[in-house]
Ligand binder design. Sequence first.
Ligand code: UFG
Length: 343
Amino acid sequence: MKNKILVTGGTGYIGSHTSVELIKEGFDVVIIDNLYNSEAEIIDRIHKITGVKPVLEVFDLCDQEKLDIFFKKYNDISAIIHFAAYKAVGESVNKPLEYYRNNLLSLVNVLDAMKRFGVSDLVFSSSCTVYGQPEKLPVTEDAPLQPATSPYGNTKQIGEAIIRDTTVSDKNIKAVSLRYFNPIGAHPSALIGELPRGVPENLVPYITQTAYGLRDELKVFGNDYDTPDGSCIRDYLHVVDLAKAHVVAVKRLIGRRNKTNYEVFNLGTGKGVSVLEAIKSFERVSGIKLKYKITGRRAGDIEKIWADPSFANKELAWKTLSSLDEAMKTAWDWEKNIRNKKG
Ligand code: UFG
């Protein structure tokens, strides 16, 4: 019998790519999503890619009664991948209570339901934001966490702590936190990808929307950082590579191959790329000269961070396979595809 995986936030950017990879690996996928930041149509797109239509249950995870009804209906869930969360760093500063309520209450409800309905395995969407500006680069999982610079970042730190404490108190619960660096790109089919609401906060959607003519020009937030070209450095990984890591993490938990009841993994390429290098990569794969200008720094930006992914490389036998150029190309293909359809 197939293992059934609950994917919360499964119609979102990383959730949809992970659902595709889970289905490809023979898992049954059931998605819970409130469609706050995504469309139900993504289910049809996942169907188009995989030939399988995952089940979608639309409700808010903050509603514990609905979650109970869900677990009574689906009493054969093997593991949960919990993506559902608000994720806009800037917005979180203006709406802290919304962020704390949504991101933390939903997580508490999921863990509570796991205990009561006997689901033992959880994979959690965390972020390299928990490290702040690390002293040593590349950053390893045992680096000290820094005070979060936004309510969003705080929900990831507190979320990790809630999960860790739950695994300590209840030996039946096993969990993995995956600390993502900067996911970019889209599925090679260009059927699913990132769909930011309004003006994008993140670099790559801003680049592709500028190239498509939806934005006048990209603002490069600072060229006076202590980096080789003065712009900030990040570790950009292809979202399909990231999605595959979730499948491996789920298999590890279901197969009881975890070493401790709570494990944390960095998911990145191990390579730092500057904003100006990312622009060059886009220009290379698209053949388009991008309009951009250097402006002042963005408040709260980390100067430079990239992963030491060796723990995930070794323990999960996972590593990124796609290059920056490949990831950029899929981001551009997706942008063109989605705009052509809408236009
Ligand atoms: N950047 C620009 N111009 C833009 C947008 C971004 O120059 O219009 C620069 C930023 O200054 C930064 C880099 O591009 O140097 C990447 O910025 P993103 O906003 O794409 O990503 P961040 O690294 O700032 O944030 C991401 C995720 C967060 C997560 C954080 C962890 O979006 O969810 O990584 O550090 F918390």
